[in-house]
Structures are given as C-alpha cells and as structure tokens.
Design a protein around this ligand. Sequence first.
Ligand SMILES: NC(=O)c1ccc[n+]([C@@H]2O[C@H](COP(=O)([O-])OP(=O)(O)OC[C@H]3O[C@@H](n4cnc5c(N)ncnc54)[C@H](OP(=O)(O)O)[C@@H]3O)[C@@H](O)[C@H]2O)c1
Length: 190
Amino acid sequence: MRKLVYFVASTLDGFIAAPDGSFGFFPFSVDSDLARHIQAEYPETLPTAFRQALGFDTAPNRVFDTVVMGRGTYEPALQEGITSPYRHLRQYVFSRSMAPLDPEVEVVADDPAEFVRALKREDGKDVWLCGGGQLAGVLWREIDELVVKLNPLAAGDGIPLARRAFDPTLLTLRSAQPMADGVVLLHYTR
Ligand SMILES: NC(=O)c1ccc[n+]([C@@H]2O[C@H](COP(=O)([O-])OP(=O)(O)OC[C@H]3O[C@@H](n4cnc5c(N)ncnc54)[C@H](OP(=O)(O)O)[C@@H]3O)[C@@H](O)[C@H]2O)c1
C-alpha cells in the first residue's frame, strides 16, 4: 500500500503561505543546499517548468508518481497561465467549484479522504500531498508521513500548515536534516 506524504515548506510558526496566498517570502534559491537536496532526492516535487529551466526535466520520479492539491494551491500556477504544473506526475485537484482546464489534470469533487484511500490501494510510488492548508486539514487523518522544510523565519500570520480543529496529534520523528541555508528537513511518520 502506498503512502500519502505531505511534503511542504513551513515557517517556524507553522505557516505555508502569506495571508494573501503568496509564498515569495520563503528564502528559496536554486543554488541553495535545500534546492540541491530536492533535486537529488525529490526531483518530482519541482514544477515541470522549473525543471526545464534547470535542465533536469528528464529526471525520473524517485518518491512520488502522483500529486494531490487543493484548488487554492493550483490557482497560483493558473494565474501564470500554467494549467499542468507537474506534467511528470498524475495530477489531481480537489474542487467543488472548478471545471477541468487541462486533460492532464483531473478535477475531483468527491470526498478527498475516500478518493485518497482508493489511490493508496493502487500500486505505484507514494502520493504527494502538495497542499494547501485547507486540503491538508481535510486529509489530516490520511497523512502517513510529513516532510517539512522548516524555514528559519516566522511569518506572524498566513495560511496554516493544516487548517483543522484542535486535536493534538503526536508524530514520530524519523530524521532531522539541517541544511547550510538554515532550513531543517524534518521527516515524521504517523
Ligand atoms: N509552502 C508550501 O510548500 C506550499 C505548498 C502548497 C501550497 N501552498 C500555499 O497554500 C495556499 C493554498 O492553501 P489553501 O488552504 O488556501 O487552499 P487549498 O487547501 O490548496 O485549497 C482549498 C480548496 O480545495 C477544495 N477543497 C477543500 N476541501 C474539499 C473537499 N472536502 N472536497 C473537495 N474539494 C475541497 C476547495 O475548492 P472549491 O472551493 O473549489 O470547492 C477549497 O477552496 C496557496 O497560497 C499556496 O501557495 C504552500
């Protein structure tokens, strides 16, 4: 059975984007330790256009072959005219309001938890929960692993890592990998 892995960048105070949804305040650069690590270990989590610009768009998928995201996470790509942001993955966008815009991206209005449970029963690599906070809250109990790129900054306000009711959940830390740029890659299992 494959796993649902929430692989996400967060601030120290648990935000994955600014209140307006922007995320340019995360200090990510292509020649950083973190970028090199992602290229080597999780190349499929970089958007196709980004991979093409960096010249490694043929890198095979290592961990994931499928990505699920909420409409709020898909929309920034749409605003740039990109309707298929992760062409190298099977892509599902959860939305009850949006019509499909690209044959490579399936829009799903069904219950996300039920849909993800069916995906997990299929053969293949793991399923990447890209975000955002609302979908992560809905899928919280289905998340088997959490990989947090913990950035050395606090935002004060923004979109939370998982928007859900108070319900403390203890996870098991599998590894903590500090990067030269101050990011710590934290890997938890349920
Ligand atoms: N830091 C990171 O690594 C990272 C990663 C990903 C995203 N982000 C950021 O996160 C932000 C988006 O997060 P968000 O919390 O605002 O939105 P989101 O979780 O991406 O999407 C929310 C949308 O998902 C759909 N949805 C939610 N529950 C559903 C259900 N039960 N059934 C079907 N569809 C459902 C709804 O679409 P409808 O209203 O159409 O029904 C809802 O409006 C973006 O700004 C993005 O930049 C950051």
